[in-house]
Ligand binder design. Structure first.
Ligand code: ATP
Length: 287
């Protein structure tokens, strides 16, 4: 058992070292900055203009990220990003958020490169919802108010109703003031994810990025989240990365990414006839 245990701790140490190297590279590539210089951004401007990615390429240290991606993303549209693990879906979202700058190519809002805008103002227009939400301490109210510190209880309750958690939270002995740590661990994956989405909705951003948010959720939660994305896309740009095609069947357009490249763009219906990968996913998931 000794050598096996030594080997297992070697693997763990190695994984930690690789993780540290990756995050260092993240920092090198990253344009995260406190500097808020740049063109100011009017919320109305971003709500009306398309995002245009032209020949965008990003390479992580020796690792492919995305290659020559060209896309036009319109406001008031729901886009689904589909593709195998490692295809570049999260990288693309990170570039829209400006966590990474393209090595070559450019990303523009209308005809303006997004790199020209003040970073804080740009990010304030974007709400990102991760696959695994970090809900830890404080109260429901504190947690939600991280989305909008000036939101009233009425607004918090309205958004909770929108994600179908209104009755549940208000049924707790202290309602919105209930401590999250007491309930956080007892919430289902779907409830936690809907609470995270509620906080994102309070941000009142113009671009919503959902990264595999329905992976591993029950069908009811998936349906609620699907409905939220659909209604959000009436007046926002919504991009949702998903493995489960059932969660993105309302998408206006599906973008298929493979090995860092876009291999198909179209409505779910048209892609099922023209894109082999999408057609295969569809077949596998309807079996
Ligand atoms: P998944 O569905 O598993 O989340 P994905 O489609 O989101 O995958 P990305 O996470 O964007 O794919 O990864 C695209 C490629 O870039 C992969 O080859 C991955 O190994 C690489 N990559 C992603 N992040 C980093 C990083 N921080 N450092 C080095 N390489 C990275």
């Amino acid at each position: 058992a000794g050598p096996v245990s030594n080997f297992s701790s070697y693997i763990q140490t190695r994984k930690a070292a690789e993780g540290a190297a990756a995050s260092l590279q993240d920092q090198l590539n990253s344009v995260v900055t406190e500097n808020n210089e740049g063109k100011s951004l009017d919320g109305k401007e971003i709500s009306r203009q398309p995002l245009q990615l032209s020949d965008v390429t990003l390479q992580y240290a020796g690792n492919r990220g995305i290659t020559k991606v060209s896309l036009v993303l319109q406001p008031q549209h729901l886009y689904a990003l589909v593709g195998p693990s490692g295809a570049g879906k999260s990288t693309l979202m990170g570039m829209i958020e400006r966590f990474y700058e393209p090595d070559t190519g450019k990303i523009c809002l209308g005809d303006q490169p997004i790199a020209r805008y003040a970073i804080k103002q740009w990010r304030a227009q974007i709400a990102y919802v991760p696959q695994v939400s970090e809900i830890t301490s404080g109260t429901f109210k504190n947690y939600l108010k991280m989305g909008n510190p000036t939101a009233t209880d009425e607004q918090l309750n309205a958004v909770l109703r929108r994600v179908d958690l209104g009755e549940w939270v208000n049924g707790l002995p202290q309602g919105l003031d209930s401590p999250l740590h007491e309930y956080g661990n007892n919430m289902s994956g779907g409830q936690r994810q809907r609470l995270t989405i509620a906080q994102a909705l309070l941000r009142d951003a113009n671009i919503y990025l959902f990264d595999e948010v329905t992976a591993n959720l029950d069908a009811d939660s998936e349906n609620i989240i699907r409905g939220i994305m659909h209604s959000l896309a009436q007046d926002h740009m919504v991009v949702s990365a998903a493995h489960r095609l059932s969660s993105i069947r309302d998408a206006d357009e599906v973008i298929v990414l493979e090995d860092g490249r876009v291999t198909g763009v179209g409505t779910p219906q048209s892609l099922s006839n023209t894109n082999d990968t999408y057609a295969r996913y569809l077949k596998e998931q309807t079996l």
